[in-house]
Ligand binder design. Sequence first.
Ligand SMILES: NC(=O)c1ccc[n+]([C@@H]2O[C@H](COP(=O)([O-])OP(=O)(O)OC[C@H]3O[C@@H](n4cnc5c(N)ncnc54)[C@H](OP(=O)(O)O)[C@@H]3O)[C@@H](O)[C@H]2O)c1
Length: 363
Amino acid sequence: MSKKLQVGIIGATGYVGQRFVSLLQDHPYFEIRKLAASERSAGKAYGEALQNKQHDFLKLNEKTSKIILDRLNAEDVPTFARDLDFCFCAVNMEKDAIVALEEALAKEGLGVVSNNSANRLKPDVPMVIPEINPEHFDMIEQQRKRLGTDTGFIVCKPNCSIQSYVPALHALKKWEPEVVFVSTYQAISGAGKTFESWPEARDNVIPYIGGEEDKSEQEPHKIWGQITEDGIVASEKPAISAHCFRVGVQEGHTASVTVKFKNKPSKEEILEAWANYEGLPQQYKLPQAPEHFIHYLEDQSHPQAKYDANLDKGMAIQISRLREDSILDYKFACLSHNTLRGAAGGAVLTAELLYKLGWIQAR
Ligand SMILES: NC(=O)c1ccc[n+]([C@@H]2O[C@H](COP(=O)([O-])OP(=O)(O)OC[C@H]3O[C@@H](n4cnc5c(N)ncnc54)[C@H](OP(=O)(O)O)[C@@H]3O)[C@@H](O)[C@H]2O)c1
C-alpha cells in the first residue's frame, strides 16, 4: 500500500488508549496522526502527559511522544476530524457525552471504532467480534442515512467480559445452546486500574461490577442478532445468566460456563468445532489476528490469567476443562485478554477488517 491511513486516538492517555498507541506506533496499514484526551491533558506533549501514568507495556517512540494532545469539545470536532481517515475512541465520559461526541465525529465524515458502551446497543450500530459477525458491518449504510453522512460511521467493539465465552459458544451454534450460566472473574485493568492506583484490589475479590452483568447477558444477543430493515434484532436464545466478579488480577478475564443445548453434541464434536473455528481475520491473515482463534488446553490447571493471557498477541481465546455437567449438559473454563482482545486489540482488528472490506478508506 502506498500511504498509511491516518488515525486519531481519543482517550489516548487511558489504559486502553495506551494499548492503542502500543499497537499502532508501527502498524502496517495505519499511522497515528492525532491524539486526544481530557482538558486535564490537552495542550501537553503526549510523553509529558503520561508522566507517572505510562504503563509498562507501552514503549513510546520519540515521534509519538511529541504529539500535542487535542481536546475535544463540540466545537473542536471539525478540526480534529480534518486530516484523519478514521479514529478510535476509548474515554471515561458520561454516556450522553460519548453518544454526542461519537455521532459528531461520524457526521463530520469520520469512521469511529469505539471501545465505549454508549452506542453499542443502537440497532443500526454494528457491534462486532471480527471472527463472528462481520456481516453486521452492512448496517453502516442504514446508520449513515440516520446520521446524514456519506463516509462517517460508528462501529463498536463489545464488552470485554464476553470475549471468551461468546466465541466458545458461537463455535457450537449448530447444536443450539439454549441455557447458559456464566461467571466472570475480571481483571482490574478492565476498570482502567493498576494495583498502584487501586491498592484495595490486591488479594481481593469484589462481587460487583456496576452494569457488567446486564452487558454480559445482553451484548451476546446483539452479536447473534439478525439484520432487518429496522436494524439488528437481538437473538432470543440462549437464555444467559451472568455473575461478574472483580478479582485481584492485572490482565485477563476468566469465565466459567455451564451450557445446555437443544441437541447435545458429543465431547469430541465440541473439541473439533473449537479446533476448526476460524473467521475472516484468520483467512485474510490480518496483522492483529491471532493465527489460531480458539485454543483448547489439555492441562486442567490452565489457562491462567497471569501466565496465559498474552497468547498469540493477547488475541487468542483459551478454553479448558470441558466436562459433563450434572444439571445442564457441559461446563468449561475460558480466558481472554481484556485490554487486548477485549479492548484495543479487538478494536484494531475490527479496523483492519473494515479496511480490508473497503469500509475504511483514505478520505
Ligand atoms: N479497560 C478495559 O479493559 C476496557 C475494555 C473494554 C472497554 N473499555 C472502555 O474503554 C473506555 C476507556 O477505558 P479505560 O480503561 O482506558 O479508562 P481510563 O484509563 O480511565 O482512560 C480514560 C481516558 O478518557 C479520557 N477522557 C476523559 N474525559 C475526556 C474528555 N472529556 N474528552 C476526551 N478524553 C477524555 C482520559 O483523559 P485524561 O487522562 O486527560 O483524563 C483518558 O485518556 C471506557 O469506555 C471503558 O468502558 C475498557
